[in-house]
Design a binder for this molecule. Sequence first.
Ligand SMILES: Cc1cc2nc3c(=O)[nH]c(=O)nc-3n(C[C@H](O)[C@H](O)[C@H](O)COP(=O)(O)OP(=O)(O)OC[C@H]3O[C@@H](n4cnc5c(N)ncnc54)[C@H](O)[C@@H]3O)c2cc1C
Length: 257
Amino acid sequence: MIDSNKINSNNKWKGFKDFLVYKTVKEDEVVTSFYLKSLDGSKLPEFIAGQFITVRIKNEDNTFTKPRQYTLSMNSNEEFYRISVKREENGYLSKKLCDEIKAGDNLQITAPLGNFILKDSEKPLVLIGGGIGITPMLTMAYDAVNSDRKIHFIYSIPNSTHHSFKEETVKLHNNNFKSNVFYTRPKENEKLGKDFDVQGRISEKWMIDNLPKDGDFYFCGPVPFMKTVYHNLISMAIEKENINFEMFEAGVDITKE
Ligand SMILES: Cc1cc2nc3c(=O)[nH]c(=O)nc-3n(C[C@H](O)[C@H](O)[C@H](O)COP(=O)(O)OP(=O)(O)OC[C@H]3O[C@@H](n4cnc5c(N)ncnc54)[C@H](O)[C@@H]3O)c2cc1C
């Protein structure tokens, strides 16, 4: 349910504001979560599941790094925000964040914004995340899990070394919440049915057999993953108005073959 007060909250600040990193959690081999509190102790404005903040770091010479966007990965609360960052080996800010930023450091962030949010609907909700693209799916799942909506939560990763938020998502399970974890490259000791639910990539056949045709679909992940999911949905004759996605990388059109 969209609450316009959350978009136009009075607490929202303009530009960048100093935040304290009060905790970091390594979610898997490449993803670190940063828990952020306002330095001035003020309560945080509510955000809408799926929204992001822009982050930059102050350098020692008082200049700033280039900014990057990170989706909020924990449901909205007044005390803290959480972002979860995938370390890109050749990346500029993600590497710096994951390698150098520790509890007690400061980051500068903007207030949350973004239009990749749940539309008002009672239809079954299908959330499909590939790799770090799981972050908006997670907050959307938190948002919808206490409603009567049926939720299909699909998470595709190579194997357990990239399996972030495992315990957290297990806690979301209830009668309305169905989860399917895909491992594309399971390790020898990882067992189908125990460690993961489906082996391989998300295929059109799997989507036809397992997902509702009358659902609202939201997805995010690496470009090849997004292209596959998008074109599978089109092949399934899902109306474009029910297909929603967020790109983490600029300048790519996934709707083209
Ligand atoms: C709305 C939105 C939400 C987002 N949410 C998240 C999130 O929740 N979590 C998250 O981790 N990311 C998220 N991102 C992506 C994030 O903003 C950054 O783009 C990402 O962290 C990479 O930034 P970077 O500065 O480390 O990499 P950049 O330096 O910007 O590089 C981008 C990519 O190019 C590659 N690259 C860089 N240099 C080279 C080179 N010389 N040769 C070859 N390849 C190279 C890097 O490996 C990287 O994959 C989001 C993006 C958007 C737009």
